[in-house]
Design a protein around this ligand. Structure first.
Ligand code: NDP
Length: 330
């Protein structure tokens, strides 16, 4: 079976040559283990951080060892009491086509309730990130204005839709006209801005958010987020979810000083990782599944095919080639 490994630690933007492919035999199944075949593999911007050896909230990948991410797999054989042949499971698994793993840490997913890939997106880690980041840190109140950057991606598209469910005015920022259109027509955003074709983001945000920004859900950081500062309201909250625009930077960016903006507006900024709220994950999944089954949450995804195309799908996240959740189908 094939495995994808980390071959080099990238400097700057990762490249295909940073990934390696190896093949190996599948070991015998032991008590408590399952043999699984990967069906859908998630690629996520945060994996960029794990490719470097800088200390972070999650340990780095080791050189020449497998890359790993959220995977939906089919159980081919089981020596675990909890799973049977034919079950589908979700887990944080190495990038291998077929593998023997201990059954601990796997969660059964139901293909009759939602498409399998949805368990990596709207009903999985990125959906939970949107829901918990917005509700626990953004603390939005009905009628407020929510601005979302990276709005057409996996986290952003769910964040904006939840904002609408909670009765907010929702504005998105994304990188193509097609994405801007999709946010408004498919996901119900009140307005959206293409940051790549907009010259003056400060003014564009002001005009899309005439009452100012109460909650800023930030997926991108960098200059886009600097422009938001000029539009924040008194007692506004910024949810620092991610900063993809600077993940590939090789030098510390020159940036404006945020403190005076926060002082003047008694505004707060708070970072988080979704695992901070592990005790709220099951409640979050329940809520997301309820909205999903009621048709209130649409999910959008970009599906690539083939095990060998996982690295390219990952790289394409940094060029905005995905709409919604990027997954690879095997
Ligand atoms: P997305 O599906 O949003 O994919 C990444 C998107 O980022 C691209 O489609 C692209 O869209 C946009 N992008 C890429 N480069 C830039 C850039 N230089 N400037 C602005 N936008 C850019 O990924 P996710 O939804 O999985 O993740 C979104 C963010 O949330 C990331 O920063 C990620 O690290 C973070 N995250 C945080 C978690 C947490 O626990 N805190 C958990 C999960 C994700 P476009 O065409 O609009 O440029």
């Amino acid at each position: 079976t094939r495995t994808i490994t980390l071959k080099n630690r990238p400097t700057g933007k990762p490249e295909l040559t940073d990934f390696g492919f190896t093949t190996s035999e599948i070991p015998e199944l032991k008590e408590g283990e399952v043999l699984v075949r990967a069906r859908y593999v998630s690629v996520d911007p945060y994996l960029r951080g794990r490719m470097s050896d800088a200390p972070s909230y999650i340990p780095p990948f080791e050189l020449n060892k497998p890359m790993a991410s959220g995977v939906i797999a089919e159980v081919l054989e089981s020596k675990s009491r909890n799973f049977s042949k034919g079950d589908y499971v979700s887990g944080l698994l190495p990038w291998k086509e077929t593998q023997v793993i201990t059954a601990d840490g796997l969660i059964k997913v139901d293909p009759d309730k939602a498409p399998l890939s949805a368990y990596l997106g709207v009903l999985g880690m990125t959906g939970l990130t949107a829901y918990l980041g917005l509700t626990e840190i953004g603390k939005p109140k009905m009628g407020e204005t929510l601005l979302v950057s990276g709005a057409a991606g996996a986290v952003g598209s769910v964040t904006g839709q939840i904002g609408k469910i909670l009765g907010l005015r929702v504005v998105g920022i994304a990188g193509t006209d097609e994405k801007v259109e999709m946010l408004k027509s498919e996901f119900g955003f009140d307005d959206a801005i293409n940051y790549k074709t907009t010259e003056n983001m400060v003014e564009a945000i002001a005009s899309a958010c005439p009452d100012g920004v109460d909650v800023y859900f930030d997926n991108v950081g960098g200059v886009i987020s600097e422009a938001v500062l000029f539009n924040i309201n008194k007692f506004s909250r910024t949810v620092n979810c991610g900063a993809i625009s600077v993940y590939n930077n090789t030098e510390l960016p020159k940036s404006i000083s945020v403190q005076p903006f926060l002082v003047k507006k008694s505004s707060s900024m708070q970072g988080f990782v979704v695992t901070d709220f592990a005790d709220k994950h099951s409640e979050g999944v329940r809520q997301l599944a309820e909205w999903f089954s009621q048709g209130k949450l649409k999910f959008s995804e970009t599906i690539r095919e083939g095990f060998e195309n996982i690295p390219q799908a990952f790289l394409d996240l940094f060029d905005g080639k995905n709409k919604g959740k990027m997954v690879v189908k095997l």
